[in-house]
Design a protein around this ligand. Sequence first.
Ligand code: HAM
Length: 422
Amino acid sequence: MAISIPRGTQDILPGEVELWQLIEQKARELCEKYQYQEIRTPIFEHTELFSRGVGDTTDIVQKEMYTFEDRGGRSLTLRPEGTASTVRAFVEKKLFGSANQPVKLYYMGPMFRYERPQSGRFRQFVQFGIEALGSNDPAIDAEVISLAMNLYKEMGLKKLKLVINSLGDKESRIAHREALVQHFKPRIHEFCSDCQNRLEKNPLRILDCKQDREHELMSTAPSILEYLNDDSKAYFEKVQKYLTQLEIPFEVDANLVRGLDYYNHTAFEIMSDAEGFGAITTLAGGGRYNGLVEEIGGPETPGIGFALSIERFIAALKAEGVNIEINQGIDCYLITLGEEAKDYSVGLLQQLRLAGISAERDYLNRKIKAQFKVADRLKAKFVAILGDEELKNNKINVKNMETGDQVELDLDSFVSTFLEMQ
Ligand code: HAM
């Protein structure tokens, strides 16, 4: 029996993969402009990194991790996100001591969450994310958000909605936490068992509960914005001021609670407003995580970042009907007639390719007409035709497929002449 692909994963085949590559390339180019450098961390980490980093009251840690014991009896977990690993590397490799502060990093690669697969939600998905470590300047919050927005815009997305919130500093969060406990406690028995556990451990998580979303106490819960102290308020105002300066429209939503525990101050999500996008509209999410570096064992270091998945990025491009011309075609298709010409073409093809020309030939013994058809399918700009007769006379015919013009060239100097024709 044939073996099928695991649930929640996908094969990305030629024809689709070019769009992935384009997005990845754009992301890298933008990081270069914004001066974020790539970091590559392992696909698996010690489980404790995520339970400590992401937070053991989160859905990710409680329900969604791919955790396994290796042959040495260690508990390892396939990374569900990139921030904890980046911070682990920052601490372990002592990047806090580097002269270049803040340390600005980006990553791109597969993440794993055992979630119920549906449109836009996978068990293996590819995140592109950035992390800026070592700065407490609200301007970098605005920079992180603007990089995300600009990446989407550069790819042609228009229907975007940026939602921001502030979760405040420790003092503000303690005050808010107390208010939440008071609010939910009298009727906590009406909530799911997860929420009952969350009440004492992390009442903010209750606001993120999918099961109790419609409960009337949810909409009347005390808002964090009312509990921000002066410093937190001033910080949030600065972030908003900078976003306005960068002409990035946003909405403030006091109910925006992210699904990970490490956030404080700025939290944000970017949604797709495109019709027919489906139930899950969040394209990207991020925020500030002052305190996480210490939690992972490093010195006090502020941090902020975001991550997006390429899967949802592509879904948004499709939902908005953004037309991206990807198949540019090859430079030269080499058509041969006769055995000697065919043999000779093996070396000629290599010469073309080494000269930087994308080139292809027939490997299925096709007749000349069929070879022309393949050249069309590959969108060849030029077709070079070599028969045994031409080979004898040191000639080759080159046809411009757009204009139909045909010229006869010397075979000896064909590659250099061809380069000049481009
Ligand atoms: P997150 O909100 O859990 O944040 O995920 C960020 C993005 O990853 C989401 O907005 C979504 O695009 C994508 N994503 C998450 N789960 C799935 C899934 N199952 N299938 C497809 N796409 C998915 C984080 O991961 C944080 N580490 C972001 C961050 C970086 N915060 C600060 N720095």
